[in-house]
Design a binder for this molecule. Structure first.
Ligand SMILES: Cc1ncc(COP(=O)(O)O)c(C=O)c1O
Length: 368
């Protein structure tokens, strides 16, 4: 069994993906070819955001958003960005790379997303932005976060690397704040066959800035108006995502069904689960549960051929590279979640029979 079955997805979409790739090989515009604008238009429509700017990866999307907002530009200013420590490193990494300081605020113990009620206390005169993460595929409390940001004149960058496609109060992840940033890493809910990502915004000026930053800060050829990066998503990867979009709604539906099926069965087994709030859904980029004897359970599942993963074993403020930005014990809920979370196999192509196998093996592992 695969943790995420990408081969089955390719098999289902082979004619469209192959045709899309062949078209790029035929026209030969590997950089900024027509598929780039086609994908940007399709994704803007899908999310409801005014602008979509494809970029080289989810990491690059976050960095370009920060740069477009001039965060960290004046290295003396000591700009701060509030975020969660319970995330993939790229979230905080880009804040540091932009020249700012990540300020870690603890998560809610049930959803594992940043606790919006703790954000205001972390705001200082140096705070420039809030960067919530839609962990595991469920969007954080964006309305509350946007309201706090509006009161303090801050930007909100949604790290939607895991939540692309998710719904929040009837709106789509990525179209909820100043910037939405997502990843098309192959294992993400909407993945390509390499690295890729996208930025979303309703702000014309920020969209223009992001477009310039992704091509080395050029406002016209060899006219470098600002500092930028080599941050384009290549045409072949855009072609792959365009083909994958054809059955993306079906995949979201299938993920929802598999998620509900997991939840029902795990409920009967009294396994503690990540809570999904009633005003939103999860796209289950990861399907994670809490288990106390994690190492034993993981080993028992592995012995039965069930792959699992841990997202993430330590909050970032306990990682050597980030510990000096924060006290290491001031986010107790993130620390507790990190010691217990375990992700089970999940992808649109997981069969009900495979899921039953996971559940049976888990029930047995928990009895041991
Ligand atoms: C929460 C989060 N942010 C950012 C990223 C970075 O995305 P990418 O791998 O496309 O650079 C990831 C990807 O793993 C992620 O999970």
């Amino acid at each position: 069994m695969q943790f995420i079955d990408l081969k089955a997805q390719y098999a289902a979409l082979k004619p469209s993906i192959d045709a899309r790739i062949q078209r790029v090989l035929d026209h030969g515009q590997y950089i900024m070819g027509p598929e780039v604008a086609e994908l940007e238009s399709a994704l803007a429509t899908f999310t409801g955001a005014k602008h979509c700017i494809t970029v080289a990866s989810g990491t690059e999307a976050l960095l370009i958003a920060l740069m477009a907002l001039d965060i960290g530009l004046d290295r003396q200013a000591g700009d701060e960005v509030i975020t969660t420590p319970f995330t993939f490193a790229a979230t905080a990494e880009t804040i540091v790379l932009a020249g700012a300081k990540p300020v870690f605020v603890d998560v809610e113990p049930d959803t594992c997303n940043i606790n919006a009620s703790l954000i205001e206390a972390a705001i200082t005169p140096r705070t420039r932005a809030i960067m919530p993460v839609g962990l595991y595929g469920q969007v954080a409390d964006m309305d509350e976060i946007n309201a706090i940001a509006a009161r303090h004149g801050l930007a909100v960058i949604e790290d939607a690397a895991q939540s692309f496609g998710a719904l929040y109060r009837g709106r789509r992840s990525c179209a909820l704040s100043t910037f939405g940033a997502t990843s098309f890493f192959p294992s993400k809910p909407l993945g390509c066959y390499g690295d890729g990502g996208a930025l979303f915004t309703d702000d014309d000026g920020l969209a223009q800035a992001a477009r310039e930053i992704r091509v080395h800060g050029q406002s016209a050829r060899y006219q470098h108006t600002r500092i930028g990066v080599g941050g384009r998503m290549d045409t072949l990867q855009c072609a792959v995502v365009l083909a994958k979009l054809e059955r993306f709604e079906w995949e979201l539906q299938r993920r929802a069904e598999l998620g509900a099926r997991y939840r029902q069965a795990l409920g009967r087994m009294d396994v503690r689960q990540v809570v999904v709030r009633e005003d939103r859904n999860s796209v289950w980029a990861q399907f994670s549960i809490f288990v106390e004897q994690r190492e034993q359970v993981q080993a028992a599942l592995k012995a039965q051929g069930i792959p699992t993963a841990v997202h993430y074993p330590l909050p970032l403020n306990q990682q050597p590279a980030y510990a000096h930005f924060c006290c290491t014990d001031c986010t107790p809920h993130a620390a507790s979640a990190a010691s217990q979370v375990l992700s089970l196999p999940m992808s649109a192509d997981l069969s009900a029979a495979e899921q039953d196998q996971v559940l049976a093996a888990l029930a047995q592992a928990l009895r041991q």
